[in-house]
Design a protein around this ligand. Structure first.
Ligand code: ATP
Ligand code: SF4
Ligand code: MG
Length: 333
């Protein structure tokens, strides 16, 4: 499928000057039309930073220091997202791309009913619609996410966490965007609920044809529901490939470690060994491959040279940033 969002060499710092830390390093990632792309990685790997940066929601001290983000609308020329004016951004968000943040279920307004919150989004972006049309659309949206339309008059506290999260998804879908980003926190929702939500998103994607970026630390969920997976470590993408390929044959030792950190939802059971050690501190990034202090396979070039994302063999759809998979290691030091 053709690309809908192309991210190239995207870098983000928190802070400027001396105290700045680099949270994203030269991230290259393409989202294709209609696909579910899973983004995995431990806490602090930069998943949310990437989501904020591509939607231009990054706020100080976060700064985009380089790179390119290009949105491909269904019709017309590609758009440079990093060059959009505030006015263009208002139309871009919700209508073309929408994002459901970590803990979003707590960002519903407690004093307004579900009806008011859904119809407000519609009113803000489709002011020409009548109130009756908006209420009708709000009912439709609720049923789309599997909530009975009688719950329109409910207040957020009258709904379970899972329902509130689904109301947020309904809001995100209200204007039929091309891309929905769902940023799940490492801790907030339990896996059973994440699984239900992901299943629902995948079903809706089939019905409505949007693309999904689903962010979680739990790679087993992504293996089950996504088409492709990108894995982040220390602000870099370290491997990207089809979900089945990553599951069958992870090429990056970190991907392998992640796969052994969560119980497999299907297929042969793996031994859960986890990954010893902890994620790197941005202020003291290890030299060379940031994973080297934890990597069971680290060898000569690893603590000296940074491996870059490169295609693996003849598979144009798969790339890995690891010296084990990179013939260039035999090149200059
Ligand atoms: P989680 O799974 O916990 O949500 P994440 O992969 O989404 O983690 P980010 O929130 O993107 O990680 O954070 C990436 C790095 O940037 C972390 O090291 C974090 O400490 C740092 N960071 C995030 N926000 C800020 C900020 N406002 N100021 C300074 N550093 C920040
Ligand atoms: Fe391990 Fe070296 Fe590959 Fe990094 S580059 S993941 S340290 S083998
Ligand atoms: Mg996050």
């Amino acid at each position: 499928a053709p690309p809908v969002l192309e991210i190239a060499s995207l870098s983000v710092d928190y802070g400027v000057g001396e105290g700045a830390v680099r949270a994203l390093h030269d991230v290259d990632l393409t989202l294709r039309r209609g696909e579910v792309l899973g983004l995995a990685g431990e806490s602090g790997s930069g998943k949310s930073t990437l989501a904020y940066a591509v939607t231009r929601l990054l706020s100080p001290p976060g700064v985009i220091t380089g790179g390119d983000v290009r949105y491909h609308p269904r019709e017309g020329a590609p758009v440079d997202v990093l060059a959009m004016t505030p006015q263009q951004l208002r139309a871009f968000r919700w209508q073309e791309i929408s994002i459901v943040f970590q803990g979003a279920m707590n960002s519903l307004n407690p004093v307004h009913t579900v009806r008011t919150q859904l119809t407000d989004v519609l009113k803000a972006h489709r002011p020409q619609t009548s109130r009756a049309e908006r209420v009708e659309r709000a009912r439709e949206l609720l049923s789309l996410v599997g909530i009975s339309p009688d719950r329109l008059s409910a207040y957020p506290h009258q709904l379970s966490g899972g329902m509130r999260q689904r109301v947020m998804i309904a809001m995100a879908l209200a204007l039929e965007p091309e891309i929905v980003i769902m940023d799940e926190p490492t801790t907030a929702l339990d896996v059973v609920m994440q699984r239900q939500i992901l299943r629902q998103l995948v079903r809706l994607r089939e019905e409505l044809g949007f693309s999904v970026v689903f962010i979680t630390h739990d790679i087993s969920l992504l293996i089950e529901f996504s088409d492709r997976i990108a894995i982040m470590y220390g602000g870099r993408i370290v491997e990207q490939a089809g979900a089945a390929e990553i599951y069958r044959d992870p090429r990056h030792p970190y991907s392998d470690g992640l796969l052994h950190s969560f119980p497999a939802l299907r297929g042969p059971r793996r031994e859960l060994t986890g990954i010893p050690g902890s994620p790197p501190d941005l202020k003291a990034m290890p030299s060379g491959c940031a994973f080297h202090p934890r990597c069971p396979k680290a060898f000569d070039p690893c603590d000296r040279r940074v491996p870059h994302l490169a295609p693996v063999g003849t598979d144009t759809d798969r790339s890995v940033a690891c010296w084990l998979n990179d013939d260039r290691r035999s090149g200059e030091a």
